[in-house]
Design a binder for this molecule. Sequence first.
Ligand SMILES: Cc1ncc(COP(=O)(O)O)c(C=O)c1O
Length: 330
Amino acid sequence: MKPVGHLARRMAEIEPFHVMALLARARELEARGRSVIHMEIGEPDFPTPGPVREAGIRALREGGVFYTPAMGLPELRRAIAGYYRSRYGVEVPPSRIIVTTGASGALMLACAALVNPGNEVLLADPGYPANRHFVRVMEGVPHPVPVDAATGYQLAAGHLERHWGQRTAAALVATPSNPTGTLIPTEHLSAMAEVARERGGTLIVDEIYHGLVYEGEYTTALSFADDVFVINSFSKYFNMTGWRLGWMVVPERYVSELDKLAQNLYLAAPTPAQRAALAAFEPETLAILEARVKEFKARRDYLVPALRGLGFDIPVCRRARSTAMPAAGS
Ligand SMILES: Cc1ncc(COP(=O)(O)O)c(C=O)c1O
């Protein structure tokens, strides 16, 4: 029988995000009373910190749950700018910050703003599996570049130089990475921004796992470049996965373009989530989050030698700069 209804050709190249099926199966087992340790999806097992939940409840009680501006609540954009100041000592004008529906919303906006049909985007392989699909739905061509332990399973400037072609528009990296948890050293990241700049392209830096780093110095790409796209989220460090809230910092000249895109594609990020997130940067919340980071570190410190004891080779952990977040599956 012929299939009924038209389906866009690109759909043949969009795979499911397989980890969601595993999660659904795990939840099904839990509903039947089984105890499940979740190592399938990159989601903290801690609940959203109390002060954030309280702020969300207050927002709902007060009732003003209307659309916010597409770029986000002005006070939340200011609070995010304040976080860059206090955490990294970096000044970011709130006008360059756009509040999004998670890092996922930011990845969609970034690809929509930067990728022409046929443009390539360089991606580390292995990497976060959804990235290639953000590129593909914009009619771009994901260009996976195999990476290994020599560069901590990350792209480096040399990869960009070798793989950047006529049609390349951008390179997208995550530091710390999913699935390996490794950081890109600041000097490497800065060299990559330089290669992208020289080629007239853009470096997109996904910093969603920032905050979940246990040793070594690291900083945001915004500390050395204002022409990169930097993505972050309330999902991981802030333990707010289900609130669907993130942000992106973009170069000044893209601000009004992204405002247009957000207005059309999703109007605004969820208002209760934005109001709740205002409490995410309060000292009380940050103290809760830092205690949780210590717990993640203790788990990592237990697991790495235990896995080695079972015969697993974990080459990048010798570098002592990694996160312990369970990685989202591929
Ligand atoms: C590297 C990376 N980027 C982006 C995301 C999307 O996260 P969210 O949309 O919840 O902020 C994830 C989720 O696991 C991720 O691992």
